[in-house]
Design a protein around this ligand. Sequence first.
Ligand code: SAM
Length: 266
Amino acid sequence: MSHKPDDKIFEEISNYWSAELNNEVYFKGKDANIERGSKEYFDHIIKNREKYVYYFERFTKYLSHEKKSEEQPKLLEIGCGMGVDLIRLSRLNYRCYGIDLADNHIELAKKLFQIHNRDAVIQKGNAEKLDFPDEYFDAVYSAGVIHHTQTPQNAIDEIYRVMKPGGKGCMMLYAKYSLNNLVHALLQKPFENPRGDNKISRDAHFVYRYSKSDIYRMFKKFKSVKVEREYLYGAGWGRIYDLTPRFAYRLLSKIVGWHLLIFFKK
Ligand SMILES: C[S@@+](CC[C@H](N)C(=O)[O-])C[C@H]1O[C@@H](n2cnc3c(N)ncnc32)[C@H](O)[C@@H]1O
């Protein structure tokens, strides 16, 4: 079943993300001594994601379901990374599947499921060429992934293909104009620049950003699509995050937030 990307660019993306464990942004100071892959390591990351990626509960609410048939519904996470969202989605009573290009991320995700004694199909795979039959999944989830692949539209077309008619999905992609990007540009602090923009960049190979109308165009095959904004800034802003009044943070997130939340149905 496992799909091995044969294209050189996907091998490079895979190596990049195997070395770049994005959730380790939450470790600093004394936390840095926590052993990678331990229960404490995952608990620490999940606790921080609950704080900073506060909108995740909107995804779980949207993806929750009432069991209608004997067969357990299936959910696929594309770019599951180390599985910290998938483990929480597994509480929704789906049969869970997770794919990612990066070997180290996949290994960690398997470990996390082992620690929690939960079952899931976790394997290496490419979002642009999914190794699953047509109309296989009841739900699809993907956060912060498709904007890092070579041709995002291929991944969205693949999602459409593997989803059952009536199936639903959620995705997070970066917004084109956001306070976060503006501040980084003004301070001339390099931040998530695609490789092509800067030969010495150590950031991901591809970093696309979208307007809401881009999203509606990319998802035009779907029966319904709704896009919202959240996430003004996160852990990288240190004390500023904690000092910002919550109502101001939430309000500004809706206008100039960095994350586009996409809710769709086939
Ligand atoms: C920023 S991380 C996000 C991981 C996870 N969703 C999270 O929120 O922690 C981006 C992930 O996308 C994966 N990725 C990038 N391109 C991919 C592709 N074409 N197919 C599958 N995974 C891909 C990377 O390996 C990496 O784990």
